[in-house]
Design a protein around this ligand. Sequence first.
Ligand SMILES: Cc1cc2nc3c(=O)[nH]c(=O)nc-3n(C[C@H](O)[C@H](O)[C@H](O)COP(=O)(O)O)c2cc1C
Length: 340
Amino acid sequence: MEFDLAAFLNRPLGIGGKTIAKRLVLAPMTYLGHAAFRELLEGFGGFGLLFSEMCSARTIPTENRRVSAFFKWRDAELPFLVCQIMGAEPERMAEAARRIADEGFFGVDVNFGCAAGSICRRSYGAALLKAPETAAAIVARIRRAVSIPVLVKFRTGWEDRPAAAVAMARRFEAAGADALTFHPRVAPDRRARPPRWEYIGRVKQAVSIPVFGNGDVFDADDCRRMILSTGCDGVALGRIAVARPWVFAEWSDGVDPGPGRFHGTLQRLLALLPHYFDEPAAMRRFRRFTLYFAANFRFGHTLHRRIQGAGSLAQMAAVVEGFFESPPELNPAPNMNFLQ
Ligand SMILES: Cc1cc2nc3c(=O)[nH]c(=O)nc-3n(C[C@H](O)[C@H](O)[C@H](O)COP(=O)(O)O)c2cc1C
């Protein structure tokens, strides 16, 4: 019997004491998964959860959401919004998680995946996979501090050894994690080599909590293959969610957003950004977004270059209108792999 992707994606999934209605989720992405982008995504729908940008556990307890760069949200998204935190001290992480629970987020996600030098030098993110005891202690301390779902995002580790990832997954479960998002790549290689999806299957086999598979899912067929080949409970979408924010609705609900979706998405994001950010911050985020979104177009580099050169949001809007004066030629599928 043919696998019915939409039916699978619409099967509710229990996470901790809560349930999500759909199984595609937005992966956490710094400078991309911000509040304005999430509001844009909500307009399309089709997802079960959204993850925030990575937020520092050190600053969260006292942070003012109106002026914070990352710890920002709309109250209406709290029922399906997970706040991702990074840090290395269990007590501080627990304190941050308490604030996240008090604010009403769906859950808290702990970053054990980011391999950027600036993060790992402080022993945050993927660096903690070299210190499994500390990583597990962080999860256990957060678990004791909050009753909302505690999620963990991690990658294979620093060596291409699936056994280490499996052992880590078991430790996270034992420490009280309610779900895992697993990106099967080794830390230093970033996205240069393909992810080893078979490791997702091994992690899934090793634990009884839900596992979201992640890495290089760019079309519905990839999504189907990842689910069938690994048995994962859901899929976390990163870069393709930026290039095509309607994919959640398309794959889960069969929604066809129509030919105006490319132009409309750029216009909508430009309109939403100033609700959350001052002009320089909004421009920075629009530039970053365009880097990924431009991959949709045969001459996307033109759009990208012009947006980089624009000096204000108004100029960016003018660039967008100019680009769509005659319908741009689309790439059959956006080439995401040259983008980190
Ligand atoms: C620009 C960018 C920023 C990212 N920021 C984060 C982050 O803050 N936290 C995190 O756990 N992963 C982060 N990631 C990793 C993604 O969540 C995801 O694991 C990765 O992009 C692979 O998924 P994909 O192939 O669907 O893009 C980031 C990825 C990108 C491209």
